[in-house]
Write a protein that binds this ligand. Structure first.
Ligand code: FES
Length: 159
């Protein structure tokens, strides 16, 4: 059912854990399954462009959610914010050699987490935010609220 890449990232997740003194943190959730992802980012600057200097994640979720979170951090590491903003769930799933159809939403979680962290950083720094990113943020906020309600309802404790 899962590709070798998914299993490999699930068993040996890259960039997993919390980060000390991140420049920004973000949290996203998936209300259909209750899975959640925390993302931590350090942002640097080279040639006048902001880029992702370091990125880590902590995901409470299924094997696909862990694997997609892991590969998303790999895809985003070192990229400019502009480039990282273009990383979508299809690219995440492709980097893992594909995901079963019913698991495609899991790659959504990590792409959303990345976009939300970029949004929050840009907001904090007073940078320009595209309409697309603004819209993604609004959706992310609503789905996070629903996920938190769902987790509470089902007594899903994360720590
Ligand atoms: S089942 Fe929820 S993210 Fe995979």
């Amino acid at each position: 059912m899962y590709t070798e890449e998914v299993m490999e990232h699930f068993k040996n997740p890259r960039n997993m854990g919390e980060m000390e003194n991140p420049d920004v943190t973000a949290r996203v959730g998936n209300p259909s399954c209750g899975d959640m992802m925390n993302i931590y980012m350090k942002v640097g600057e080279k040639d006048g462009e902001k880029y992702i200097e370091d990125i880590k994640f902590k995901t409470f979720g299924c094997a696909s959610a862990i694997a997609t979170s892991s590969v998303t951090t790999e895809l985003a590491m070192g990229k400019t914010l502009k480039e990282a903003e273009q990383i979508e769930e299809e690219e995440v799933a492709e980097a893992l050699g594909g995901l079963p159809k019913i698991k495609m939403h899991c790659s959504n979680l990590s792409a959303n987490g990345l976009h939300e962290a970029i949004y929050k950083y840009k907001k904090k720094e007073g940078m320009e935010i595209s309409d697309d990113l603004e819209k993604k943020h609004e959706i992310a906020q609503k789905t996070l609220e629903k996920t938190e309600e769902m987790r509470e309802e089902h007594g899903l404790d994360e720590e």
